[in-house]
Ligand binder design. Structure first.
Ligand code: HEM
Length: 490
């Protein structure tokens, strides 16, 4: 394509478009793969769809139209077949693409953004002893305190002042504050009390940080004056987050210096992390970056997954009643359900959570890898080296070969069904699978189970929006949200 572009100088936009169309139709190595015509000649189409938040909608539509493999951009394909996804995402040979450079906070690679397998291997060895169910399980008291117990206190306080014992909550907002408070306690050792004071300042600094880095990567001009002025408000928020992190790390080090007991949390894990092979540890900047990454990767993802679960239960009252009855027949009112108890006794509640992770995967669009030096053949088509291969999350989550009636909310499909669990890709498949999944599950399952035990929930009496478009979500900073949270999450 590069050679063609050089020949095209001086022919003007219509000529360039003509050349691109001819190349796409007659010469591109992807020309025999189905896909939208515009996607073959420009990557702008996909970028614009992402920018307007409709990537999830298009990903589903394009899987329905073109199937397992289709052209997404002139040098990129999208895949939805579970077996292809296992092949591509299951091997370090398919590197993360330059898309992830946007997540190089302070310009350095981290657990999410790293592309180099040697760095990835080292970071995995450094963090392996901490991101496992045993170490994460030790954080459960903090997760319960800042998660479910904080939500319960906030709601009960309001109910106590309600004349009819009922209140209206925006659960999406409350879950967002509670998961931020939780990750704040774990990754920064700080009490945010966002839920208590209805304050999401730190959450705003964190999303500004991601938008700032993403914008600089997508529009490099914004790094330079005068365009850099446009990003000043985001920079100010990033600076505040950075200062906040510096203070958190300094205060943890001071705590250890005066001989206090070592806390069990993510901040301590990042400080203590050491590669057993090379003995490499993380410096303060790396600790800071990993804390920011954990906060960004680990709050909205959990809160929005929970939001979808409650939403789906509310619009399926018979499933809600079954889940609620399972909890209430197993646990007395004054008992706080732990993760281990929920896992062993609440199979249907757990299935409700997994089914919402499948039906409404929180990463609702695409994530890219790069075709390896020898290329790869998928669905009978050769994808040359260097092309991008994107997993289509709605496509694989609703894949016709893996799921019967895929758009139906049917938790029972996760009961005693190992195959269903193997086909659930919401936490990302393969070698770069989400290391925070155990933490997220502790958080989500304890909130969901205890909430079903302690509160009766219903949609507002005047709620009239139960149409098929209700799942037609928007994707906001990589996370899928209900289309109108103010309206749909009450
Ligand atoms: C419901 C909750 C969550 C969901 C659905 C989720 C989903 C995902 C997905 C799909 C990926 C793969 C991304 C890719 O390949 O580009 C991922 C990676 C990651 N997640 Fe999560 N996540 C959740 C919670 C968390 C939590 C709580 C944390 C941390 C505290 C976390 C930290 C990470 C990190 C560090 C990576 C990068 C791993 C790597 O590239 O090797 N996530 N997550």
């Amino acid at each position: 394509m590069g050679v063609l572009s050089n020949h095209c100088r001086g022919i003007g936009p219509p000529g360039l478009l003509g050349y691109k169309a001819i190349y796409a139709l007659y010469f591109s190595p992807l020309r025999h793969i189905p896909g939208p015509f515009l996607a073959r000649i420009t990557s702008k189409r996909n970028q614009i769809i992402s920018m307007i938040g409709k990537i999830g909608h298009y990903a589903q539509h394009e899987y329905d139209t073109y199937g397992d493999l289709y052209v997404l951009e002139p040098n990129a394909v999208a895949i939805s077949n579970p077996s292809d996804i296992r092949t591509v995402f299951g091997s370090h040979a398919f590197l993360k693409s330059s898309f992830y450079e946007a997540l190089n906070v302070f310009g350095i690679p981290n657990t999410v953004s790293a592309m180099d397998p040697t760095f990835v291997g080292m970071r995995k060895r450094q963090l392996g002893p901490y991101f496992n169910p045993v170490y994460l399980g030790k954080m459960e008291p903090a997760i319960l305190k800042h998660g479910y117990l904080a939500l319960k206190n906030a709601w009960e306080e309001r109910i106590a002042h309600s004349p009819n014992g009922k209140i209206s909550i925006n659960y999406m907002k409350d879950f967002a504050l509670a998961t931020f408070d939780t990750i704040g306690a774990l990754a920064f050792g700080q009490e945010f009390n966002g839920l208590k004071h209805n304050n999401d300042d730190v959450a705003k600094w964190a999303s500004a940080t991601i938008i700032l880095h993403g914008t600089r990567a997508a529009v490099p001009l914004t790094k330079y004056f005068p365009f850099s002025l446009l990003l000043r408000p985001l920079e100010a928020k990033f600076k505040r987050l950075s200062e906040f992190c510096d203070k958190a790390i300094a205060s943890r080090k001071e705590l250890l210096r005066v001989g206090a007991e070592k806390p069990v949390d993510l901040l301590q894990a990042f400080i203590d992390a050491e590669d057993p092979e090379s003995k490499t540890t993380m410096d303060d900047l790396q600790v800071k970056v990993e804390s920011i990454v954990a906060m960004s990767a680990g709050s909205d993802t959990s809160s929005v997954s929970l939001t979808w679960t409650i939403f789906l239960l509310m619009v399926h009252p018979e499933i809600y009643a079954k889940a609620r009855d399972q909890v209430r027949s197993n646990f007395p009112v004054d008992h706080v359900i732990t993760y281990a108890e929920a896992r062993s006794k609440l199979s249907f509640v757990k299935a409700c959570l997994y089914e919402s992770l499948r039906l409404c995967p929180v990463g609702g669009g695409y994530l890219p890898r790069v075709s390896p030096p020898g290329g790869i053949t998928l669905q009978g088509h050769f994808i040359p080296p260097g092309m991008e291969i994107y997993v289509n999350f709605p496509g694989v989550s609703h894949h016709a070969s893996a799921w019967t009636d895929p758009l139906k909310y049917d938790p029972a499909r996760f009961l005693n069904n190992d195959e269903a669990h193997r086909n659930l890709f919401t936490f990302g498949p393969g070698v770069r699978m989400c290391p925070g999944r155990h933490l997220a599950k502790i958080e989500m399952l304890t909130i969901l189970s205890n909430m079903l035990k302690d509160f009766d929930m219903a949609l507002p009496e005047d709620y009239t929006h139960l149409g098929p478009d209700i799942l037609d979500a928007n994707v906001h900073i990589l996370v899928t949200e209900p289309v109108d949270p103010k309206r749909d999450c009450q």
